[in-house]
Ligand binder design. Structure first.
Ligand code: 8P8
Length: 474
């Protein structure tokens, strides 16, 4: 039976349809766990809200605009400083957060005036910034504010500013995935094609679905520069608002995170007939394939091989050193969705590791098709996993390391299992050749840290009820 009901889910048996264990001879035409549907009441979800998907994941990365969150101040605070996406303009986008700071009286009497005041105040405080994203949140969407009308008024009044409004309150969908979708479609509808770029190469692309997590974009940009390819826009790592308005002028869309940004690639194909090429930019072998695919599209095969040869000469030896020490180690990947299918085979093929359990917060059916196709027999695949399920998984398998976020990561650390931040990385970048080595180094440091032995000697830990579980794998 490939679907599994955890003991902890006996009171919410519907969870069985979200947990799948791959058996010999099966493929995804036979079984898929349910995904991208509402969280079952009673299951303590790890998901984020739809507003968060728009602001934290995509919009907040853009380096030269004010991010105005129209709602209670907590919506702004909670999506600030939880991701690390640097920029080459001294990290303007990481330093500040803006909010219209709506309170009870605004809920009763309307918050549009408050929004207008906040927007004008923000532009006044940052006179060099002329671009802005405005997001609605649950409260301001529920009371029926019209932020688009407010922003058009301000654009007319100030004359030299450009504002993009994202209407995706937290409740708009079942997870952050809805926020990705809304922002993609909205940007395409309102802003793409409103500015013309300066073209400096006959080979032009957009890199879609890479958010410069700890410098990923810089790594990719370096390879593309060497190949003579002009990136019109990275959607949205280290990018400016105006670069994103020029996306219609690329000859090719190279898509990494298909889950968060496949929508805009599809729209660019539909409206401007720009072809979409999906690649994996994580993984030592995958990045070779990605560069070869891009090279062959433009007839730049030789350039791609030059970049690959140079990078392999620099990093292959280092990767092999870690491979020796990491092969056979068992790991779990519990992140958003796409990293499951980007990473599972890369870690197994590049480093000889074994991925024994995977959990996706918001992956859709196509993500599960990809991950189950690339994943191993016997591996556990979970949609929208909850904390108790994670503990039960850890009782049923042996895990040397877990790639997950800090919330779940801190839980597993209490069981004396190391974790690596699979969302924002420990010491990235993790993309490209050097990224694959960085990731291997972080995993090696986590697994072999002497801290685990010392922690096991702490008498307060021995008294903890968790110790019985941790004792199995000292
Ligand atoms: S890869 Fe894509 Fe991305 S930066 S956007 Fe994945 C991710 Fe994961 S690490 S699907 Fe997306 Fe999240 Fe991030 S929404 S923020 S879960 V965390």
């Amino acid at each position: 039976m490939p679907l599994k009901l955890f003991c902890c889910d006996e009171c919410i048996p519907e969870r069985q349809n979200h947990v799948y264990i791959k058996e010999e001879g099966e493929d995804t035409t036979q079984f898929l766990p349910l995904s991208n549907i509402e969280t079952i009441p009673g299951s303590l979800s790890e998901r984020g809200c739809s507003y968060c998907g728009a602001k934290l994941v995509i919009g907040g990365v853009i380096k030269d605009c004010i991010q105005m969150i129209h709602g209670p101040v907590g919506c702004a605070y909670d999506t600030w400083h939880t991701k690390r996406y640097p920029s080459d303009n001294d990290n303007f986008q990481l330093k500040y957060i803006w909010s219209s700071d709506t309170k009870e009286k605004h809920i009763v009497f309307g918050a549009e005036k408050q929004l207008k005041k906040a927007i004008k105040e923000a532009f006044k405080e940052f006179p060099e910034i002329k671009r802005m994203f405005v997001y609605t949140t649950c409260t301001t969407a529920l009371i029926g504010d019209n932020p688009k009308a407010v922003c058009r008024e301000i654009e007319e009044e100030l004359g030299d500013v450009d504002i993009f409004v994202v209407e995706c309150p937290g409740f708009a969908g079942v997870s952050q995935s809805k926020g990705h979708h809304e922002l993609n479609i909205g940007w395409m509808r309102d802003k793409v094609g409103t500015l013309e770029p300066e073209i400096t190469s006959q080979y032009t692309i957009n890199v879609i679905g890479d958010y410069n997590i700890q410098g990923d974009t810089y790594v990719l940009q370096k390879y593309l520069d060497k190949m003579g390819i002009q990136v019109i826009a990275h959607f949205t790592g280290n990018v400016t608002y105006d670069q994103l308005r020029c996306m219609h002028r690329a000859k090719l869309n190279v898509v990494n995170c298909a889950r968060s940004a496949g929508y805009i690639a599809n729209e660019l194909k539909r409206v401007y007939d720009i072809p979409r090429m999906d690649v994996d930019t994580w993984g030592f072998e995958y990045i070779k394939v990605a560069l070869r695919k891009i090279g062959s599209f433009f007839g730049l095969e030789d350039k791609a091989e030059e970049v690959i040869a140079e990078e392999v000469a620099k990093y292959e030896g280092k990767l092999n050193w870690y491979k020796e020490r990491l092969k056979g180690k068992q790991i779990c990947i519990w992140t958003g969705g796409p990293r499951l299918w980007h990473w599972t085979k890369a870690l197994e093929d590049d480093l000889g590791m074994e991925v024994v359990a995977m959990s996706s917060k918001f992956g859709h059916q196509e993500d599960f098709e990809k991950v189950i196709a690339r994943g191993r027999v016997g591996t556990i695949y979970i949609d929208d996993g909850n904390e108790l399920e994670f503990f039960e998984v850890l009782e049923s398998i042996h895990a040397d390391l877990i790639l997950t976020g800090p919330r779940v990561g801190d839980l597993v650390k209490k069981l004396h299992i190391p974790y690596i931040n699979g969302h924002a990385y420990h010491n990235g970048p993790y993309m490209g050749f050097e990224g694959a080595v960085n990731m291997a180094r972080d995993m090696y440091n986590a697994i072999y840290s002497p801290m685990w032995g010392l922690a096991g000697k702490d008498p307060r830990v021995v008294d903890s009820p968790m110790w019985s579980l941790a004792e199995k794998d000292p």
